[in-house]
Ligand binder design. Structure first.
Ligand SMILES: Cc1ncc(COP(=O)(O)O)c(C=O)c1O
Length: 390
């Protein structure tokens, strides 16, 4: 491999949420940190070089976006996913979660219903509730360790007050890369019933073992018109800290609405570092990404084998995408509190508790495998020592 994903990097001086907030999140610091979706890998060298060049300029004033910035994004989606995005209908947003929040604010009224599909990335429910909208759950169905959408339940739950569905494509935490057919079924129901879809596609590039990510808005003109898509380089290239993402908007009216609100809060400009980091990632990062995906796939296989051989009551769901693995811990027969206590105080690992993603997740934990395999082995050995004491 050309790029080194094996190195264990000390992030203690990195001002990193993943490490510095262990104590406040989990009540102790001496944990293997495999929680929040943030990779322990250094970025692709081309990104680091672009940032170094920017630092050398020595002037970090207000920014203006060059055409090449949006151009790099349009080319990326066109080349990799055959999706033609109109750059005049793309907005900048500091983060996907801020985009979700703004869209809930702009496209719904207090009391309107918004659907999510739990277990799902927990800010989805927070943004709905925090804006005083009604949360409607259309839980995924699990069959033999694989999750599916429940279309019948969805049809039943949509009524005239349902305005939005927030989709996670691919899905965090269950790791499904929704197929075109699955998305078509979902999209057709929403179009028929007049429900707009906000599709969070932040994990779209992180597909494993040849799975293909289908951008919802690329399926047809009808789908494009009914979909607002959130995209970002932050998961793919480990750039969450530079705070830049894109919103692909279907029409001028929605674009102007969102543009106005971005202006209102004065969040429409990139910081100068995000401008060069994102463009370098999308222009020069593909080879690094392809190697990363191989390494992540091997980490997941390593984790699955390890659990099978040493901790058979912890069963990883093999994901089709993302670097997050959903661990079925139901055979441990623990309450959520006991499971948390076991992972934190006995196994000494910081994982995302499944119930954060909805009550459907309460017998699960989510583990982040985007780090050196050696670190994963150390964390799993620590879990095994606690497991052997049960
Ligand atoms: C599905 C999903 N959406 C959004 C985010 C966060 O994105 P941002 O940092 O751009 O708000 C994450 C991070 O884990 C995620 O998994």
């Amino acid at each position: 491999m050309k790029y080194d994903f094996h190195e264990i990097i000390d992030r203690s001086e990195n001002n990193s949420l993943k490490y510095d907030e262990l104590d406040s999140m989990f009540g102790r610091k001496d944990l293997y940190s495999l929680w929040v979706a943030d990779m322990d890998f250094k970025v692709a060298p081309a990104i680091q070089k672009a940032l170094e060049d920017k630092v050398k300029e020595g002037i970090y004033g207000y920014t203006s976006r060059p055409d090449s910035y949006y151009g790099s994004m349009v080319n990326w989606y066109n080349r990799r996913y055959n999706w033609n995005i109109d750059k005049d209908l793309v907005l900048h947003s500091p983060s996907v979660v801020s985009s979700l929040s703004l869209m809930v604010q702009e496209f719904t009224k207090p009391g309107d219903k918004i659907i999510i599909q739990p277990p799902v990335y927990y800010p989805f429910s927070n943004v709905v509730k925090n804006h005083g909208r009604k949360l409607v759950l259309n839980p995924l169905k699990e069959v033999d360790g694989k999750y599916y959408m429940d279309y019948e339940d969805l049809e039943e739950k949509i009524d005239e007050n349902t305005k939005l569905l927030i989709l996670c494509n691919p899905h965090n935490p269950v790791g499904r890369v929704w197929t075109k057919e699955e998305l078509e079924k979902l999209g057709n129901i929403c179009i028929k019933k007049g429900v707009k879809i906000v599709s969070d596609e932040i994990h779209g590039d992180l597909t494993l073992w040849g799975r293909r990510y289908t951008p919802l808005g690329s399926i047809s003109e009808e789908f494009r018109k009914n979909t607002i898509t959130c995209l970002s380089t932050s998961k793919t290239f480990n750039l969450a800290g530079v705070q830049a993402s894109f919103i692909v908007v279907p029409d001028k009216e929605d674009f102007e609405k969102l543009d106005r609100v971005m202006g209102l809060y004065d969040v429409s400009r990139n910081n100068c570092f995000s401008l060069v980091a994102v463009e370098a990632a999308l222009t020069h990062g593909e080879e690094w990404l392809e190697e990363l995906l191989v390494y992540l796939g091997e980490n997941i296989e390593f984790l699955i084998d390890y659990c099978k051989n040493h901790m058979p009551k912890i069963v990883p769901n093999k994901p089709e995408g993302t670097y997050l693995v959903w661990l079925d811990c139901s055979n441990l027969n623990m309450t959520t509190k006991e499971l948390d206590d076991f992972m934190i105080n006995k196994a000494k690992v910081a994982l995302d508790s499944g119930f954060w993603f909805g009550r459907e997740g309460k017998k699960y934990m989510r583990i982040n495998v985007a780090c050196s395999r050696e670190l994963i082995k150390m964390a799993l050995d620590s879990m095994k020592r606690a497991y052997d004491q049960l």
